[in-house]
Design a binder for this molecule. Structure first.
Ligand code: FES
Length: 153
């Protein structure tokens, strides 16, 4: 068994109600829910794997793919949508050569969207790791990824 998982499970009793907090701990440690660990978790809490996946996919907070070191979340809420969030997302997808919900091959960037980041007056908005970027323009995106190119070289 995976040592980190062992460590996480050691603070639980192995009952059904432990499932969500265990999944939260796994995700906060690994950044996602590695599929290879789910069998062990299902055995530990005593529920079938299919049920575990049912629970995990019900909650938007859980993901089964890793996120990048720079995790980009673009807001697609109404205010941001009206101010061109779609174009921002398309542009980022083009720069990174990934689609929303994916991570770059080198695990440097991942991209996803949310319903609202809570700063609608500053739309369109995005968040890179914990930092909010507001009044985003395509020029800002270009600038962001030209820095990326400089860092790649
Ligand atoms: S709609 Fe984008 S921050 Fe609220």
């Amino acid at each position: 068994m995976n040592n980190e998982l062992d460590e996480i499970l050691s603070s639980y009793q192995g009952v059904e109600s432990d499932l969500i907090p265990i999944l939260q701990d796994i995700q906060s440690y690994f950044g996602y829910l590695p599929e290879e660990l789910m069998k062990e978790v299902s055995r530990f809490v005593g529920i079938p794997e299919s049920e575990l996946y049912g629970v995990a996919t019900f909650y938007q907070q859980f993901r089964f793919t890793p996120i990048g070191r720079k995790h980009i979340i673009v807001c697609e809420g109404t205010a941001c949508h009206v101010k061109g969030a779609n174009k921002i997302i398309e542009n980022i997808e083009r720069h990174l050569n990934i689609k929303k919900g994916e991570v770059t091959f080198d695990l440097e960037y991942s991209l996803e969207s949310v319903g609202c980041l809570g700063c609608c007056a500053l739309a369109p908005c995005a968040m890179i790791n914990q930092e909010v970027k507001s009044n985003l323009t395509l020029k800002d995106i270009k600038k962001l990824f030209s820095k990326k190119k400089d860092n790649d070289n």
